[in-house]
Ligand binder design. Structure first.
Ligand code: SAH
Length: 414
């Protein structure tokens, strides 16, 4: 996803999903891409692990328990502050220790299976996590403080929002915390942002608006946020991390309590009938339950507002009466609004509202005190805009999985 708000002060979120891009996109040279992680038994990948995971790995490799935290701390800084990809450059770790680490572990980014750059500076990566498991992430410049990375939390999605391209791809699987962190590291590599500096960074914000429903993978999203926000490493503050949900109401307050991240809600309709159709999870958690949950999100205030996303669909949800209903609905919630012009994809049954309609809708919101709520689509030429992300991954059938595992064991896997 890659759309930008006109309001410089508000967060402009990129939104992933996949539509196919025309020829303007520039294909990038991938000859230096990171190797895919080895499969099967043998050394384990430490990249992307959280503090606890790293400490446990040290102990499993025979590091004394009382030294494990210190060792994990050293590794942490090399991995997440300096961004190193092997143990040899870890100069404050004794040579023997480095050799020992090398026997048990390796540090590998996920594979980059494709990389594209838009004429507007948006960049998209198709990240590979194993056979037929791919997700996209998108970097959008001039969003948030300097630029935002839109990350995926799942491969595919269980939700079937009728206007979303990702919604046509069934769920393959949840991404682990390490796999989510890997997306951030890939973007940092590409932007040349190691070691982590506090000034003039290009990647300043993270939005969980890529593929998947983050609140259906909450434990891993929480762990990934902890790693990304850690001040001794990647150091992107929680106030610059936004998690977007289609409305998994019971998990919304929990997200706030466990992460302190910013909340975004994919609203798209102001009454239950229409929302049931556009965002079918509304049949499970209706608008009343959703807003009760939002009001229970911790620490909301004028400086910590909920972002409401509203996709503009021609003749479906774009009347001025609906704009007024939206204002009423948000009355007691510290809120900002992102009107997202609908991004088309092959086979979609909707059209984007006319520009005059979007402006008239925005004008009602402006008059109610919501500044510049229209989000400019970004990265449309590489299908990196809101709702355009999709990968070709499909869930392996159990029989296929078994056959692949057997083949891998026998060393005959491709
Ligand atoms: N599942 C989460 C995270 C995905 S965020 C959620 O629904 O919030 C992706 C954002 O892009 C959501 O606001 C989604 O509603 C919006 N979106 C999806 N398809 C779109 C499209 N074709 N055009 C514009 N926005 C779209």
């Amino acid at each position: 996803m890659a759309d930008t708000l006109h309001d410089g002060a508000a967060l402009d979120f990129p939104v992933l999903c996949g539509y196919l891009g025309p020829a303007m996109a520039i294909e990038l040279d991938l000859s230096h891409r990171a190797p895919a992680a080895p499969t099967g038994a043998g050394p384990a990948n430490l990249l992307g692990l959280g503090r606890e995971g790293l400490r446990a790995a040290m102990i499993a490799a025979g590091v004394e328990e009382k030294k494990a935290r210190m060792r994990a701390g050293q590794l942490w800084r090399w991995m997440y502050h300096y961004g190193v990809g092997d143990f040899s450059g870890m100069t404050d770790v004794a040579k023997e220790m480095r050799a020992k680490l090398g026997e048990h572990f390796y540090l590998a980014r996920p594979a980059i299976n494709a990389a594209q750059a838009s004429v507007d500076g948006t960049r998209k990566w198709l990240v590979g996590y194993g056979p037929n498991v791919e997700a996209e992430c998108v970097y959008i410049p001039d969003v948030g403080k300097a630029g935002a990375l839109c990350v995926s939390s799942q491969v595919g999605c269980t939700l079937t929002c009728t206007f979303c391209h990702t919604g046509t791809q069934t769920l393959v699987r949840n991404l682990s915390a390490a796999e989510i962190v890997g997306q951030v590291m890939i973007a940092r590599d590409a932007l040349g942002e190691w070691p982590t500096s506090n000034e003039n960074r290009l990647l300043t914000n993270i939005v969980f608006m890529g593929m998947g429903e983050p609140l259906y993978n909450l434990d891993n999203v929480v762990e990934a946020i902890d790693t990304i926000a850690d001040g001794d490493g990647i150091s992107i503050s929680k106030r610059r991390i936004t998690v977007s949900t289609a409305g998994v109401a019971p998990k919304i307050p929990e997200l706030g309590k466990r992460t302190g991240a910013m909340l975004a809600i994919s609203l798209h309709a102001t009454n239950d009938d229409l929302r049931n159709e556009l965002v079918p999870i509304n049949r499970k958690y209706n608008l009343k339950e959703l807003f009760d949950a939002i009001r229970a999100y911790p620490d909301l205030s004028n400086s910590k507002r909920v972002t409401f996303e509203y996709v503009m669909l021609k003749g479906v949800n774009d009347t001025l009466a609906e704009a007024r209903d939206l204002v009423k609905l948000l009355k007691h919630v510290p809120a900002k609004i992102n009107l997202i012009p609908f991004n088309p994809w092959p086979g979609a049954k909707y059209e984007c509202s006319d520009w005059e309609t979007i402006e008239a809708f925005a004008e009602v919101l402006n008059r109610a005190g919501y500044a510049s709520p229209i989000r400019t689509p970004r990265g449309r030429d590489i299908l990196a805009a809101c709702g355009q992300l999709r990968s070709e991954s499909v869930k392996e059938r159990a029989s296929e999985r078994l056959a692949r595992r057997l083949a891998e064991k026998e060393g005959s896997a491709p």
